[in-house]
Design a protein around this ligand. Structure first.
Ligand SMILES: *Cc1c(COP(=O)(O)O)cnc(C)c1O
Length: 408
């Protein structure tokens, strides 16, 4: 058993939690869209700008060397966070979307052509749909869709039935940003790799809510984003298995990613630098490194246990609240609660909650195919993070009571 979190101490590390919204203390329940930042992250970025900053790599002066060391240390921290085999397997990107576009574009340039097949689930975020649609439009690739249950769960038999000799890659969310449903990543990876297909997991949600071990999963690619991991925007990471990255052509061209450039030809740097054209998000990488260190210090198991308790509390309260529909009750569900108040538009619900200081999201959550599958055009969504409390759950429920009274 891990020791429970000292929530008051955790909250004290997030300066923004002191503010009020519409005269009420902030109750921030929009963590699935972006998480708030602890002082450790803010301080690390400010310290780099005040104390030691220059462009990275190739530098022959002290500040360039110090900044390069800090930047590469962040890569090492990301590798450890995902339990990658080495830091060379971590490519810094500008976010989760950028990482998936990198993989899609590089595969389009190397091995995906007309008639080749890509397996996606109906529960994907648009970031893990549209890059593959571009391959459909531009290369004639074929998208094969895996349905999910009402709870967001995958049927392994249906998954296996989608493979053909043309299947090149499977791209699945490790945890739905709407239903919170986790997928059995190890099992799915075994099935895909046995059939000669690559597999990518979109871990933008999963990595924020529990430990991830890419070597144990065995996947080819794993994607995370900094701003949902209590880090800054503008930074994400792509894990790529060493043997896979080694054969992957570049995505963007520019400085840093080359070995040699002449007027006739160009040769490319080794991974991960081959995929990092131009000046990278240096300060953001340093911020991400600080965020991951903060998460490790706080305790990933303890964070997961705390968030699971909040989810259980909110789920229990919502089950006794009529007329509320909650979407998704999968086993091992992450702390993401999509819901609708019957007869009310989720935008109106979220506006009323906002007046009470409670920040939730309402809309299609960048998951329109899943909305269609669920038979709705939008939902409200409350999502928990490390600093949320049981009082936050009570504030959400009080706001929903108010919304029900106002909207009936
Ligand atoms: C947020 C999110 C993304 C997009 O990540 P960005 O870094 O915001 O581009 C992709 N997939 C899932 C599941 C997400 O929750």
């Amino acid at each position: 058993m891990t020791a429970p979190l000292d929530i008051a101490a955790v909250r004290a590390e997030f300066p923004i939690l002191e503010r009020h919204v519409h005269g009420r203390p902030l109750v921030y329940l929009d963590n699935a869209a972006s998480a708030q930042k602890p002082k450790a992250v803010i301080d690390a970025m400010a310290a780099a700008m005040t104390g030691s900053y220059a462009n990275v790599h190739r530098g022959l002066h002290q500040l360039a060397n110090e900044t390069t060391t800090a930047f590469e240390a962040a890569r090492g921290a990301t590798a450890r966070f995902l339990n990658a085999g080495s830091a060379e397997e971590i490519v810094f990107t500008s976010g989760g979307t950028d990482a998936i576009n990198l993989v899609a574009a590089a595969l389009a340039a190397s091995e995906i052509g007309e008639g080749d097949e890509i397996i996606l689930s109906i529960a994907e975020h648009h970031s893990n749909i549209v890059p593959w649609h571009l391959l459909r439009e531009r290369k004639g690739a074929v998208l094969k869709w895996l349905d999910v249950s009402d709870d967001g769960e995958i049927d392994l038999g249906a998954f296996k039935a989608l493979f053909t000799s043309r299947t090149k890659i499977v791209a699945l969310t490790h945890m739905s940003n709407v239903l919170g449903a986790p997928v059995p990543a190890r099992e799915l990876t075994r099935i895909a790799r046995e059939r000669g297909a690559k597999i990518l997991f979109d871990g933008c949600q999963a990595a924020a809510h529990g430990p991830v071990d890419v070597q144990d999963i065995g996947c080819d690619f794993y994607v995370v984003t900094g701003h949902k991991l209590y880090g800054p925007t503008g930074i994400g990471a792509l894990y790529g298995r060493k043997s896979v990255l080694a054969l992957l052509p570049p995505f963007k061209g520019g400085g840093e990613m080359i070995d040699e450039v002449t007027t006739e030809r160009v040769t490319y740097n080794e991974p991960p630098h081959r995929f990092e054209a131009g000046t990278p998000p240096i300060l953001e990488a340093i911020g991400l490194g600080a965020a991951l260190a903060w998460i490790e210090r706080t305790g990933r198991e303890a964070i997961a246990a705390h968030e699971a308790a909040l989810l259980a509390h909110a789920t229990e309260e919502m089950s006794r609240f009529n007329p509320l529909v909650v979407y998704g009750r999968s086993r091992g569900k992450g702390p993401i609660l999509a819901f609708n108040l019957a007869g009310a538009h989720p935008h109106d619900v979220s506006t009323i909650l906002d007046r009470a200081g409670v920040a939730v999201r309402a809309g299609h959550h960048c998951a329109q195919p899943l909305m269609k599958r669920l038979g709705v055009s939008a939902t409200a969504r409350a999502s928990f993070g490390v600093y949320n409390t049981h009082e936050d759950v009570e504030a959400l429920m009080a706001g929903l009571h108010k919304a029900r009274d106002l909207l009936k």
